[in-house]
Design a protein around this ligand. Structure first.
Ligand code: BGC
Length: 907
């Protein structure tokens, strides 16, 4: 009997494992999101089965207000629909209601006539859809509005007299907030409500607080910090950019077991004090915390708040409130210092071993009233001293005054720092590794990609790129996380967004940030230098920076197959190109449009330096980007079925191209100013006539060779440099650049011990002195834009059609590496491509997810030389062809193992 049961189990589990199933259900790119605003949310799922060539032929979706999908609770039944769509399928049922949770499930059919089971239910919950749903009132603690002041604390007690079945809190603030119920902080998000163009779009968060509230007395409490709302931002250090008064808006919806409901909101019965322990807080400044001023029990019921003052009511336009679109910022991981030491001058320093962003948790024991100062730095100088000059005006320090009753543990509340080293002044007793923990904070994006190869320096480069992304994706894509900047610099985001999308799921991140871009774009179409636009009068638009308005939406569309982002951004994309069009007029040349040029191109400040620098004429750059942005608007119009605009902007592209060639290109294909970036932009943006591409490539390669296989590009040329080379038959030169270890190169900082990407090619010079302290960040992701070339060309994972519905696997191996492998979790599932050279053979392992197809290109071989999992190619695939030196295979989903003699690779 026992044996029979085991056998039965075995049989049923094999049947199951061979069967078709759906997994990874998401709604608006999120798993079970709470608080969404989309009226027709879009569902995505992935499919798998044991068989190859799996395609979906149909689906059925149910949406209901209960997870059992009872008949009377159903709000949408799609019915069985013949369709291969499994990504971003829009809800088409009856109108969804504010604050309501909906469950959904899906089943699919495949091309083998198999039917899956219904998926487990997933859910999504609507936010507050109308501004009228906000019944609570804005409250503002009594506060000094002229300068930094102590963080306000706010509280109220409520009695709930019935059994609670469900409760939600909807919260936002002017400034940053931490909200507590009965002494517990709600949610695991930090630096809430995040950063948007606050006066136009203010995010609120939704929390399930069912388990935090209790029958009887409850305390609702919050503390507020200046954050991006009020603190000084930008190197001009403007204070109170969005407002001078901090405030809170909170609304708690409670459902009771007896079916009744109650709403508790902020109103004038709440009280506040500014006499709490957070004496000062600021994004750049850090935090000053006096533990002697702690108010034990302030966020719990029963606390004596008789000395606290009533709050003021305030009125703001609630139509700007939006449900959080991005994933929350969270404490993602903890690091321990690798060592503690004293510098030659005697500063006590802990080395976190990694340039990280976030803060530290400090343990300390000492007498009451002693103040320990924690300072942060990215690097030590030539003499091993703590170096903070490159932080400019950001003091980035913590001051903690002890209360003096045993072991104390402290973490700051409303700030973050970019650092590898922490210096501790006035620390009592001996500092041990256990006393310091690094808390790494960033937007909690799913890590979607990995790249690894046989060169450990390149692997460290990939590590540095990822950490550059961690450290600069805190709700907004920033230039750097440490100095008095940390702003949403548009050019940097433009350069890096494709690479970012390989490493992590950035769909919600850019969806949100691009809406801020639209919101802050000037009437005349200019895109501010930074988004959110805090530079205001110090801002403008610059070629290569403003173009993030066309490049980022197009990139997100191609990576995620998301046409909605094109719809969202289309007006902004057009407005930007129309602005340039109006500036350029009939000349089709954008003169004076480039403020920053090819920012930070190779230009050594060394004496007796005779080598030419990498300068590129800024007007030429501006016209090149003009053409490219016009092309992208035309493409977007095509996707959105706007034939008229598709033609209009393509015509503009053609005219700009003509003007570009007349003005900047010689008959031999020499591109003004004969610089690497000049050739790169002309080739990448398809500005040259076909017959000139090869000459232009030769001039580019000559320049690289003349410089001893070195690049000379800045922010604008660098992202495309290796692509242009590998697309024009010069993959081996691209590898020369990737593997170059001397300055300027990607591996030079790695050799110098970098753990993130540097702002400058030579942030630290060979003699261990530093570049210009006014502009020398050691955590600036822009040059990390080489990352997408590593995924797309070295490992060979490329988009065939938007969203990777059709995939191209086309690695371009080089003999200097013995293996390379990339894994990328696409919206359809995991794609992988890994090659190795073994016993004179090239082995390529490929995975293609369900409901996609792929063209796999095997370089430098012939059909009859290749085996797939031991079989001849013709036996394994229907569609195989020789294409020049390569073999091209049309494949469906599944895993494949190719092997053939490696007589070919570049170099
Ligand atoms: C930022 C850059 C930015 C640049 C504009 C700098 O201060 O750190 O990354 O793109 O200004 O040139």
């Amino acid at each position: 009997m026992k044996l029979q049961i085991i056998l039965l189990c075995l049989i049923s589990s094999t049947v199951k494992s061979q069967s078709l199933s759906v997994y990874d259900l998401s709604c608006e790119f999120k798993k079970n999101p709470i608080g969404i605003a989309a009226l027709q949310p879009r569902f995505s799922w992935k499919i798998k089965s044991q068989v190859h060539n799996l395609l979906q032929t149909g689906y059925q979706i149910n949406v209901a207000t209960d997870y059992k999908f009872s008949k009377n609770m159903i709000v949408w039944q799609s019915g069985k629909l013949p369709s291969n769509e499994s990504v971003l399928v829009a809800y088409k049922g009856s109108a969804l209601k504010s604050g309501t949770r909906y469950y959904w499930q899906v089943k699919v059919w495949d091309n083998n006539s198999k039917e899956s089971k219904w998926s487990d239910p997933a859910f999504f919950e609507m936010g507050l859809l109308n501004s009228a749903d906000w019944k609570a009132q804005w409250i503002e603690p009594v506060q000094d509005t002229t300068q930094h002041i102590a963080s306000p604390f706010i509280r109220k007690e409520v009695s709930l007299n019935k059994k609670i079945t469900s409760a939600r809190a909807y919260i936002t603030s002017h400034g940053l907030y931490q909200f507590y119920i009965n002494g517990k902080k709600i949610g695991d998000g930090v630096l809430t409500p995040g950063w948007t163009s606050y006066n136009k779009r203010l995010q609120y968060q939704v929390y399930d607080v069912t388990n935090l509230l209790q029958q009887g007395k409850n305390a609702l409490a919050a503390m507020l910090g200046d954050g991006w709302y009020r603190g000084p931002l930008g190197w001009v250090s403007a204070w109170g950019i969005y407002g001078k008064t901090l405030g809170l808006l909170a609304q708690i919806h409670i459902q009771y077991a007896d079916g009744s409901e109650e709403m508790i909101g902020t109103d004038d019965s709440w009280k506040s004090t500014q006499d709490g322990p957070i004496i000062l807080d600021g994004i750049y400044d850090g935090e000053n915390y006096d533990a002697r001023k702690e108010m034990p029990g302030w966020n719990q019921a029963g606390f004596d708040d008789s000395k606290w003052k009533p709050v003021h009511l305030a009125s703001y336009d609630n139509r700007i409130l939006i449900a959080s679109q991005n994933v929350p910022m969270r404490k993602i991981q903890e690091l321990k210092p690798i060592k503690i030491f004293k510098t030659p001058r005697g500063t006590l320093v802990a080395d976190m071993g990694q340039n990280m962003v976030g803060w530290i948790r400090l343990k300390v024991k000492g007498e009451s009233g002693r103040t320990v100062t924690v300072r942060h730095a990215e690097v030590l100088d030539k003499y091993g001293e703590f170096y903070t000059k490159n932080l400019r005006a950001a003091s980035a320090s913590l001051e903690y005054t002890l209360k003096g009753n045993g072991a104390e543990v402290y973490e700051p509340h409303f700030t973050f720092m970019g650092f590898r080293y922490v210096a501790l002044d006035n620390y009592p007793g001996e500092l041990t590794l256990d006393d310091i923990t690094g808390i790494v904070v960033h937007s909690d994006m799913d890590v979607n990609g990995s790249f690894v190869c046989s060169d450990s320096l390149v692997n460290q480069l990939q590590h540095n790129i990822q950490w550059g992304q961690y450290g600069n994706f805190l709700d907004v894509p920033t230039d750097c996380p440490q100095r008095d900047e940390r702003l949403g610099w548009t050019g940097d985001a433009q350069a890096f967004c494709r690479t970012a999308a390989f490493n992590m799921d950035v769909a919600p991140f850019f969806t949100k940030w691009l809406k801020d871009l639209s919101a802050d774009q000037y009437e005349d179409g200019r895109v501010p230098f930074v988004i959110p636009d805090v530079l205001k009068n110090n801002s403008g638009t610059s070629a290569g920076w403003g173009d993030v308005s066309t490049i980022a939406p197009w990139t997100m569309y191609t990576v995620y197959g998301d046409t909605q982002i094109l719809k969202n951004q289309y007006a902004s994309m057009k407005k930007y190109v129309d602005y340039i069009h109006q500036k350029a007029g009939d000349s089709y040349l954008w003169k004076g449009g480039s403020v920053f040029g090819d920012w930070l191109y190779y230009k050594p400040k060394m004496e007796n330096h005779t080598e030419p620098d990498g300068y590129t004429n800024p007007d030429m750059i501006a016209t090149a980007f003009y053409a490219y942005s016009a092309k992208l608007v035309s493409r977007a119009a095509g996707v959105l079925n706007n034939k008229e605009d598709e033609k209009k902007y393509n015509d503009i592209f053609e005219k700009v191209k003509e003007a570009f060639n007349k003005n900047y290109v010689t008959e031999q294909g020499r591109v003004f100013s004969d610089s690497q970036t000049g050739y790169v932009l002309a080739l990448m943006f398809e500005l040259l006539p076909e017959n000139m591409r090869s000459n232009a490539t030769t001039y580019l390669v000559d320049d690289i060779k003349r410089r001893g296989n070195h690049l000379s590009t800045g922010f604008l040329g660098t992202p495309y440099l290796c692509h242009v080379l590998s697309e024009n038959g010069q993959t081996s030169v691209a590898y020369d650049l990737l593997l170059q270890q001397t300055f300027p190169s990607w591996l030079y900082p790695v050799k110098m011990g970098a753990t993130t990407i540097w702002e400058r090619w030579d942030g630290e010079k060979t003699d261990s002195t530093f570049q210009d302290e006014g502009m020398n960040s050691f955590n600036h992701y822009a040059y990390g834009a080489i990352g997408d070339w590593m995924y797309r060309v070295v490992a060979g994972i490329e988009i065939g059609t938007p969203g990777y519905k059709h995939i191209l696997i086309q690695p371009q191996p080089d003999k200097r590496l013995t293996y390379a492998k990339a894994l990328y979790e696409s919206v359809y599932g995991a794609i992988s491509s890994g090659w190795k050279i073994k016993d004179g053979n090239l082995v390529l392992d490929v995975t293609i997810p369900g409901n996609t197809t792929a063209t796999i290109r095997l370089p430098f071989t012939q059909i009859d030389k290749i085996k797939e999992s031991g079989r001849d190619l013709s036996a394994a695939f229907k569609n195989v062809k020789q294409s020049g030196n390569d073999v091209e295979i049309e494949a469906g989903s599944g895993t494949y193992n190719f092997i053939y003699p490696a007589s070919f690779v570049s170099k």
